[in-house]
Design a protein around this ligand. Structure first.
Ligand code: ARG
Length: 573
């Protein structure tokens, strides 16, 4: 990667000059270069001269100048120029030769991928809806962001394992079974909406009739003990729910490697409780068993309820232990709503206290996503209920159809394209914000062909594709020569080479939105160029070839970016 190459170059220059005593010897910090905000400050900048100066009282400008000549001596044609500017920044301007070299790399599909993750495993815990409840908008966020992170890590060479931690166990199932026994005579030919209603009804009735609460507890106990009737009803509920969820995953084009679910960890729970107890972190409290943190750093977490029922927390402990042992991952990412922040802090701290992390380098991360809102307030149905995801997705496809109303494709193709645009738009809207931020749901913005939207980027890709098709060229695009560049061309080149950095940054920060911003900016620059300059009508073959290569690279990068985000590109739009 160009960035790393330049960082290493600077380090080498500093070390060499230090050994020649031309630059005072100091403890060299990690050298980092950044992209200056202003184009006039070059492509990269470093403050290393100022750092060295602070430690030695030598003028930063002088140190900068000495470093500059050394760097130019080591790599004369990497840069067009290097400038040392007050108070002591060194600004690097990449040469056209360097930019073109990156351009040639950028027309390959794998541009931006890496082997940095080779031999390492990452588990992504995402989507994870709850049985007997419709798939809500919160789980949509988890599914979309989780899938993007999964794709990004995979592209960087990590072995990725996607795990759908289905909410298929817990005392709520006792209540549901009790409700089905009471009001449906144990019959299970029910829809997911009926299941949800039964659960709500149970809660309402239980307020008036405490006997029901006892009934729910009894059924969960039976379920945990393996009672046949309890298990039969429970399994039926799972089946009903999975049928629904699969429909949604199909619509979204998402495929999650495995679905173990909370129930999978049931058999491990007694051991977990035993271990927590033996290590001295468990305490009885009002009949329940809790996990206690030293000096009340965190509120205690519930291990067993007073009726002996196991908890979400205990199952998550078991899941971590299982995952660490089975996969030996270097990272587990939990893509779950921000409302579970405390839960994950308690969980990760407990894991540390239990000594399960064999190396300090193993990371457990909660990527906490914000809520969905509308411009006016809460995201809910007119009656104030929760919004069902399937309706939202279907509406997106319907609205996308309007965009391509005038296209000459046949009906079936139109349907397919509308699907790609509609679903892509909803996904992009979600991903283009930092996960922690709330998402404003505004159809105008989501499908705006001129703004930072999925359709705009898909359109850019399709445009590039169509230019290349029309060029019908068999010419070898890699044989491009350096031609005098105009401003717009240079601006595109000065974006393209950043793509590999962007992907790594998105992974490190768990922020797919970094990729969104980048491909949006690149698209804007390309479209500006497209509006101002001819491509196919250019006479000079070298110039034409260069412009086609620029088109190919832009199209390839935007497509790769979108695919990492889980968004496809239609053939035509
Ligand atoms: N089913 C949970 C919910 O909907 C999310 C589970 C997230 N994953 C986890 N390992 N806790 O709230």
């Amino acid at each position: 990667m160009l960035k790393v190459k330049i960082e290493n170059l600077i380090r080498r220059a500093v070390e060499e000059l230090q050994s020649q005593k031309k630059v005072p010897k100091t403890n060299l910090p990690k050298i980092k270069i950044e992209h200056p905000r202003e184009k006039t400050h070059g492509d990269y900048a470093t403050n290393i001269a100022m750092v060295i100066s602070k430690q030695t009282n030598k003028s930063p400008l002088k140190i900068g100048e000495t470093l500059k000549s050394q760097i130019l001596k080591l790599k004369p044609d990497l840069f067009e120029k290097i400038e040392v500017v007050p108070p002591g920044f060194i600004n690097f301007f990449l040469s056209e030769k360097t930019l073109i070299r990156e351009l040639k790399r950028a027309i390959k599909k794998e541009y931006g991928s890496s082997k940095m993750g080779k031999g390492k495993k990452v588990i992504v815990d995402y989507s994870s809806p709850n049985i007997a409840k419709p798939f809500g908008i919160g789980h949509l966020r988890s599914t979309i962001i989780g899938q993007a992170l999964y794709n990004i890590y995979r592209f960087l060479g990590y072995k990725t394992i996607g795990d759908n931690h289905l909410g298929d166990w817990g005392s709520q199932f006792g209540k549901l079974i009790a409700a089905i026994k009471r009001w449906k005579k144990g019959k299970t030919d029910l829809s997911i909406e009926q299941l949800e209603k039964l659960y709500i009804k149970f809660h309402k009735e239980a307020e008036k009739n405490p006997h029901l609460v006892e009934e729910g507890r009894m059924w969960f106990r039976k379920l945990e003990e393996g009672d046949r009737e309890a298990r039969r009803i429970w399994r039926a509920c799972i089946k009903i729910s999975l049928r629904e969820f699969k429909k949604i995953y199909k619509l979204l084009g998402v495929n999650i490697d495995q679905t173990l679910g909370e129930s999978f960890y049931e058999v491990f729970l007694p051991q977990i409780i035993k271990e927590v107890k033996s290590k001295g972190f468990a305490k009885k409290s009002q009949g329940a068993l809790i996990f206690e943190y030293p000096k009340n750093q965190l509120p205690p977490a519930m291990l067993l309820k007073s009726d002996g029922a196991t908890t979400y927390f205990t199952r998550d402990l078991a899941a971590i232990k299982y995952r660490l042992k089975r996969y030996k991952p270097c990272l587990i990412i939990y893509e779950v709503g921000v409302e579970q922040k405390l839960h994950f802090r308690q969980l990760f701290r407990a894991v540390e206290m239990l000594g399960w992390l064999r190396s300090k380098r193993i990371k457990l991360i909660h990527v906490a996503h914000g809520l969905y809102r509308t411009k006016t307030g809460k995201f809910s149905t007119r009656k104030g209920g929760t919004v069902h995801l399937e309706e939202v997705l279907n509406e997106a496809v319907l609205r996308a159809k309007k965009i391509i109303e005038n296209s000459k494709e046949n009906l079936r193709k139109k349907e397919k394209i509308a699907r790609i645009i509609g679903i892509g738009a909803v996904k992009y809207n979600d991903l283009s914000e930092r996960p922690s931020k709330d998402i404003v749901f505004d159809w105008e913005k989501i499908l705006n062909l001129k703004g930072n939207s999925g359709p705009y980027l898909q359109y850019t890709c399709v445009r590039c594709q169509s230019v290349l098709k029309k060029a019908k060229t068999k010419m070898d695009l890699r044989k491009i020569k350096i031609v005098p560049l105009n401003e717009e061309e240079k601006d595109i080149l000065r974006e393209i080479y950043k793509f590999p950095e962007i992907i790594q940054e998105a992974a490190e920060e768990f922020s797919p939105n970094i990729i969104c911003n980048f491909i949006f900016q690149l698209s804007q620059k390309y479209n500006l160029f497209y509006d101002l300059h001819p491509i196919l009508k250019v006479k000079d073959p070298d110039k034409k070839r260069f412009r086609l290569t620029l088109t190919l690279a832009t199209g390839t990068i935007v497509r790769t970016g979108l695919n990492l985000l889980g968004i496809s590109v239609p053939e035509r739009m």
